[in-house]
Design a protein around this ligand. Structure first.
Ligand code: FES
Ligand code: FES
Length: 175
């Protein structure tokens, strides 16, 4: 089966034994995809070049900037450092698939506090923040500081405030 973004919504999840040899099955934003190319290719290229999910950005290729952050089974991960082989079998979420019902509380907080400047780092910042507030709905300053994603525009004070606001929204939506 070829990679084909136009038919991805219709693709079924196949049992592993039904896949042609060398085919990797990935789950991205809740949908199955099949990759028969280089298993060592970084996930970020598949997201951007094959699926055209260009919300995930590319910067340092070294796991330092966080611009390429996606969620892997809910954990913030650098997609430039994750091979397709290692991404297979996990639930990958990009900024495009964050919340099927509208905006995630982190996105709401980002808008409310007008965080963004040039915007290049912001998808990665948001994904890292989502991983944090979903795991730790009442984050400490040290939890926020530990995120480590870089922003050349220096939006860190706004990001910090938005994470605190997002954590309020997340707590409010939990029963
Ligand atoms: S591009 Fe992946 S961490 Fe910088
Ligand atoms: S908003 Fe410009 S790099 Fe972060």
């Amino acid at each position: 089966m070829q990679d084909n973004p136009e038919t991805r919504a219709a693709l079924p999840v196949l049992p592993a034994r039904a896949l042609p040899a060398g085919t990797l099955q990935l789950t991205i934003n809740g949908k199955p995809f099949y990759h028969r190319g280089d298993p060592a290719m970084p996930l970020v290229w598949y997201l951007r070049d094959t699926l055209r999910l260009t919300g995930t950005k590319f910067a340092c290729e070294g796991g330092c900037s966080g611009a390429c952050t996606v969620l892997v089974d809910g954990k913030a991960s650098a997609s430039c450092r994750l091979a397709m082989l290692d991404a297979a079998g996990h639930a990958i979420t990009t900024i495009e698939g964050l919340d099927a019902n509208g905006l995630h509380p982190v996105q709401q907080a980002w808008i409310e506090l007008d965080v963004i400047q040039c915007g290049y780092c912001q998808a990665g910042q948001i994904m890292a923040a989502v991983a944090l507030v979903e795991r730790t709905p009442n984050p400490a300053e040290s939890d926020i500081a530990a995120i480590g994603n870089l922003c050349r525009c220096g939006t860190y004070p706004h990001i910090r405030a938005a994470i605190l606001r997002a954590s309020e929204l997340v707590r409010a939506r939990k029963p």
